[in-house]
Design a protein around this ligand. Structure first.
Ligand code: MSP
Length: 638
């Protein structure tokens, strides 16, 4: 009988920097599902890969003086090394620079064009070069800058191809609200209200401003811009519109696409629209999870990401605790769906409690007792007990039962009594069986350690097959154990946390220092465009004074504005500032700031503002320029 196919995918990652623990999340989760399905007898296709085109890659390669392909080759290699290190059992790896993918994307683009779903138009709007994004006026921040990086935008116009989304709006709304395509379902309403109800906008799908992409076959001034290239990978990797692979019929539609929340919209709306336009079946499920976050500077958690310079290197953790401990931390601690904080403390305590003291200890104690009392081999003379039946029934459901059984049977006492040897043989055999079953069930999640457990308890490959996991008494009657290394060494928490924190902090500092100037936002990759020159007399027209914030509150019905009362040495004044997303009122009260004191008064949201306080745009948001407390209020700044 042929096996039932099961197709699961991760997103394809941007090879713009080294992979980090955040990237491991989806991949480890998908790997565990893939392994579990294989164990159940499915014919699994597990796909991952890299999304290698785009302006950012082109720019980074140029900075390093290499070609874009040379640049991505190095990083793709690191991704592959990480996946092999983490024991990720992918069946296929797609690179969007692979010839077969490029060829298929060109055909898909052309097919959509021929069907009238892609048309040529003009894209105009405010453009942020570092983010490669066009923004509408209403999306810009309160300073008229890019809402993502808060750097200045410029007006830009570009001939571009567009993908018509509106014909699919109704079907997509139904897909999201009336089927269980999207998981968790709670996100569906948010998507429909935000993107579909206001009218699904057409999507810009080509660019003429850079070259590093799949050329549009019938108009080579254009390259296919991002999502048609990226999303198509899920079908081109199976051989859709190409002859490199040949299993589209077998595996499509996918059983699960798993992604994090920031790319949910593309998978929940654009991907179904593309498939509808191509008349192809839709994937069965889209599983969306939250981010791995890190504690940020203001105590708030923020996404683990290279551009924030807060990434944790999985190789460092793996070397210290083993790859399966990282996998366990991700899978055990991080509820799929919500964001979850990565913390060394949580991880180390979890390793100690669940793995070192819990499972690891059970294996080493049991194996050690078989070794000590029976020279390693369980004897045939055994003596059952009513407790055993209860235990055998419970074990196939619950590992915690094992501890209870050990407490009740007290094998260390049996071992001291020559007349109780047969009873002890039964107890230890039963414990080995409990370990066989639980380790086999844990293997999809911790695939590196479990084969070592099987070695220690004397289980063969056949003994840990899925069909044998609800049966008791599978290990050979006279099974021989092999004492081995400690599976999860107990960690000295305080010492380890101190050491690990300092290693990771050092790595992060190095990574921050290495971040390209563009990412740090200190100097743009493009030369900074200065305003026209002014004379000292022009500058003298600006009156900048030191002032102290005496009171501060949020402006009603605005989530961006704060209203500040200032002691300016001139009788006091009120200023409204668009910094509420970055500061709470209490962060500012009592602080000294720089005030543009002769700015014409305006009303913001009906509130009078007499001047402006100086702040800097940084990649982490807007930062007020505070003044040293020793400088008196009213001092002139020049
Ligand atoms: N190339 C696109 C995806 C195209 S899929 C057709 C992309 N690449 S990415 O490398 O930026 O991100 C890939 C995935 O990794 C995304 O789902 C992203 O959210 C996820 N993660 C990156 N950092 C993460 C965390 N800190 N935590 C959890 N997931 C994280 O987007």
């Amino acid at each position: 009988m042929s096996k039932k196919p099961f197709y699961i995918t991760t997103p394809i990652y941007y090879p713009s920097g080294n992979p980090h623990v955040g990237h491991c999340y989806t991949t480890v989760a998908c790997d565990s599902i893939a392994r579990y399905k294989r164990m159940q007898g499915y014919d699994v296709m597990f796909l991952t890969g890299t999304d290698e085109h785009g302006l950012k890659i082109e720019q980074k390669a140029a900075e390093q003086g290499v070609t874009p392909k040379e640049y991505v080759d190095v990083i793709v290699d690191r991704f592959k090394k990480l996946w092999s290190y983490m024991n990720i059992s992918y069946d296929r790896y797609i690179r969007t620079t692979d010839d077969y993918h490029v060829e298929a994307v060109q055909k898909i683009f052309k097919a959509l064009y021929d069907k009238g779903y892609i048309y040529k138009g003009e894209y105009s709007g405010k453009y942020c070069t570092p983010c490669e994004s066009f923004w509408t006026d209403s999306q810009l921040d309160e300073n008229g800058c890019c809402p993502e990086c808060h750097r200045p935008v410029k007006f830009a116009k570009e001939e571009a191809y567009f993908f018509k989304m509106s014909p699919f709006a109704e079907r997509i709304e139904k897909l999201l609200l009336e089927t269980d395509y999207l998981r968790p379902k709670t996100r569906a309403v948010e998507l429909v209200n935000k993107f579909i109800k206001p009218g699904l906008e057409d999507l810009c799908v080509s660019r003429t401003t850079f070259k590093w992409g799949v050329p549009v076959s019938f108009d080579d001034k254009h390259v296919v811009y991002v999502w048609i290239d990226a999303l198509s990978n899920y079908i081109t990797a199976l051989g859709y519109e190409n002859s490199a692979h040949n299993d589209y019929e077998k595996y499509w539609p996918a059983d699960v696409h798993m992604v994090a929340k920031d790319i949910m919209r593309f998978h929940a709306i654009i991907w179904p629209a593309m498939l509808m336009a191509l008349d192809l079946p839709l994937p069965k499920h889209l599983a969306v999870h939250g981010w791995i976050t890190m504690a940020g500077k203001n105590g708030e958690s923020e996404k683990m990401s290279k551009s924030l310079g807060n990434v944790v290197d999985p190789f460092v953790l793996g070397e210290r605790y083993g790859q399966d401990s990282i996998r366990y931390h991700i899978l055990r601690e991080m509820a799929l769906g919500a964001d979850s904080l990565f913390s060394n403390e949580i991880m180390i305590n979890l390793i100690n409690s669940d793995l070192a003291n819990g499972f690891g200890n059970l294996v080493s104690r049991t194996v050690a007792m078989v070794d000590k009392y029976f020279g390693g081999t369980i004897p045939s003379e055994r003596e059952g007990d009513a407790l055993d039946d209860e235990f055998k029934a419970a074990v196939t459901g619950l590992l915690a039962e094992v501890d209870k059984y050990i407490d009740e049977t007290e094998p260390w006492k049996l071992g001291k009594d020559e007349t109780k040897k047969a009873r002890l043989a039964s107890v230890l055999y039963n414990l080995l069986e409990a370990i066989r079953i639980s380790s086999a069930l844990l293997a999809p999640f911790m695939p590196t350690i479990m084969p070592k457990v099987w070695e220690q308890i004397g289980a063969s490959e056949a003994d840990v097959e899925y069909e044998k996991l609800d049966k008791f008494g599978v290990l050979p009657e006279n099974v021989t154990v092999h004492k081995g290394e400690i599976l999860f060494p107990r960690i000295d928490v305080d010492k380890e946390i101190e050491e690990l924190n300092s290693i990771l902090a050092k790595n992060m500092a190095e990574a921050q220092a290495k971040l390209s100037s563009e990412e740090k936002g200190e100097a743009s990759a493009e030369p900074i465009e200065l305003k026209p020159e002014i004379t000292i007399d022009d500058f003298a027209k600006v009156e900048i004074r030191v002032a102290k914030v005496t009171a501060c509150e949020k402006v009603k019905k605005s989530d961006k504005l704060l209203c500040l009362q200032l002691d300016d040495g001139m009788g006091g004044r009120q200023v409204v500032s668009g910094i509420a997303q970055y500061y709470a009122p209490e962060d500012l009260i009592g602080k000294k700031i720089q005030l543009i004191a002769n700015l014409k008064p305006v009303k913001l949201r009906g509130v009078d503002s007499n001047g402006m306080i100086c702040a800097a745009d940084t990649p982490d948001g807007v930062k007020v320029i505070f003044v040293d407390d020793s400088i008196p209020v009213g001092s002139k700044i020049r």
